[in-house]
Design a protein around this ligand. Structure first.
Ligand code: ATP
Ligand code: MG
Length: 167
């Protein structure tokens, strides 16, 4: 079962609010997959998720392009995976990445297609679509009951787009 919603992100601020909300409300073991073209905002969204998880500012979140996985300590650990360089799913098992995917942190995965059959069933799938220099659209698909419920509540922007002390 899946539920899908489309969110309008007219400016950077709104994208940051979405990320912070996902970080603040994250539960152990959650998996979020991120797709979107170059410059769509995948890294930016991940940074905001980290902020919501209270990852220290000093642990600045960058793209894990050269290391497949970066782990950041926060309220829950944030595992940022970039699977671009994976050739096939056997490598995932060899590298022990499954322990992270089914661990107690929040996994944010770029290039999730590389997971093949190992794609976790319960996950939030996010696609960021670049509309203009400042505007994006986020297509969210919740797989599994918990995500379906969370997403249904997010259709109302007020649920996650509240003012934040960090602006
Ligand atoms: N509404 C918005 N949402 C997200 N980013 C925005 C928005 N408006 C402007 N931006 C800018 O767009 C850029 C997005 O870059 P980012 O590195 O996050 O993209 P990416 O998807 O990770 O790209 P890549 O595939 O190259 O890694 C940032 O400089 C960000 O400030
Ligand atoms: Mg990036």
């Amino acid at each position: 079962m899946t539920t899908a919603i489309s969110l309008s992100l007219p400016d950077l601020r709104t994208t940051l609010a979405l990320g912070r909300y996902l970080g603040e409300t994250a539960r152990p073991g959650e998996v979020i997959t991120l797709a979107g073209s170059l410059g769509a905002g995948k890294t930016t969204l991940t940074q905001a998720i980290g902020q919501g998880l209270q990852v220290e500012e000093s642990c600045y979140i960058t793209s894990p392009t050269f290391s497949l996985l970066h782990e950041y300590p926060g309220r829950l650990p944030l595992y940022h995976l970039d699977l671009y360089r994976l050739n096939d799913e056997t490598e995932i098992e060899d590298l022990g990445l499954l322990e992270y995917l089914y661990g107690t942190g929040l996994s944010v995965i770029e290039w999730p297609d590389r997971l093949g059959n190992l794609m976790p069933e319960e996950r939030l799938q996010i696609e960021l679509i670049l509309l203009s220099e400042t505007a994006r659209r986020a297509e969210l698909t919740g797989h599994g009951k918990a995500w379906e419920e969370k997403i249904a509540g997010m259709q109302n922007h007020q649920e996650w787009q509240r003012p934040n002390k960090n602006g």
